[in-house]
Design a protein around this ligand. Structure first.
Ligand code: ATP
Length: 202
């Protein structure tokens, strides 16, 4: 079995996350994709990021119509900062060794992953599937991928998926400016944000 892992803060989830996950699922014949929202950061950063229960609920709403998408609260069950290496170890112990894990990511992760806890272990526990983002130039992205392969002996798959110029930052900014987020997030997520008055600056 091949399982895609889409980890992120999802603050909030947007169509970029969903389009890329579906594209990668088809391209690499994944059986399903599990979305794993990260836990709330430690106390000092609390104001920087929306509470995990809201972020989780928006991921749930965004993915409920796709039978191949699941949401997991595995990181929400853990106290404090959550590390991808712990999540992957837990998933391996839950699913056993008949499953291969594929961590889905955008270009930013190619550069950030070396600052994560135990990058070499993370890259042993999964194959990284990654794609460019309009924020990153292609040549840098390609050399970042090569470096991961050389430095960590990582298994990395790349795909020419559509470049989607949407980020959670963009969604939050638009809400704060009173601009529409229609067609940038799924309708159910838009409604959830409006109903709960999320991301509006006090
Ligand atoms: P923020 O703007 O708050 O930094 P984000 O839009 O990058 O958020 P995250 O939840 O931090 O979203 O990202 C989770 C994962 O999804 C990361 O691997 C990120 O690279 C990927 N991702 C997010 N948006 C896109 C996009 N438009 N295209 C490709 N990958 C994306």
């Amino acid at each position: 079995m091949k399982i895609g892992i889409a980890g992120g803060t999802f603050n909030p989830i947007h169509l970029g996350h969903l389009i890329i996950a579906e594209y990668m699922k088809c391209k690499f014949f994944l059986d399903k994709v599990i979305f794993i929202p990260s836990n709330n950061p430690p106390h000092k950063d609390r104001n920087a990021i929306l509470d995990a229960t809201h972020r989780y609920e928006m991921v749930r709403l965004a993915t409920e119509s796709n039978p191949d998408f699941e949401v997991s609260d595995i990181e929400l069950q853990r106290e404090g900062v959550t590390y991808t290496v712990d999540t992957l170890e837990e998933l391996h112990s839950i699913y056993g060794n008949t499953v291969d894990f594929f961590f889905l990511s955008g270009a930013d992760v190619v550069f950030d992953i070396r600052n994560w806890r135990s990058p070499e272990k993370v890259l042993k526990l999964c194959t990284l599937i990654t794609t460019g983002r309009p924020t990153h130039n292609i040549a840098d992205f390609e050399s970042g991928v090569k470096e991961l392969v050389n430095k960590y002996n990582a298994r990395v798959l790349t795909a020419d998926s559509p470049l989607i110029d949407i980020s959670s930052t963009m969604i939050r900014d638009r809400i704060q400016k009173g601009l529409s987020i229609k067609y940038l997030v799924p309708e159910l997520v838009e409604q959830y944000i409006i109903n709960n008055k999320l991301y509006i600056r006090e």
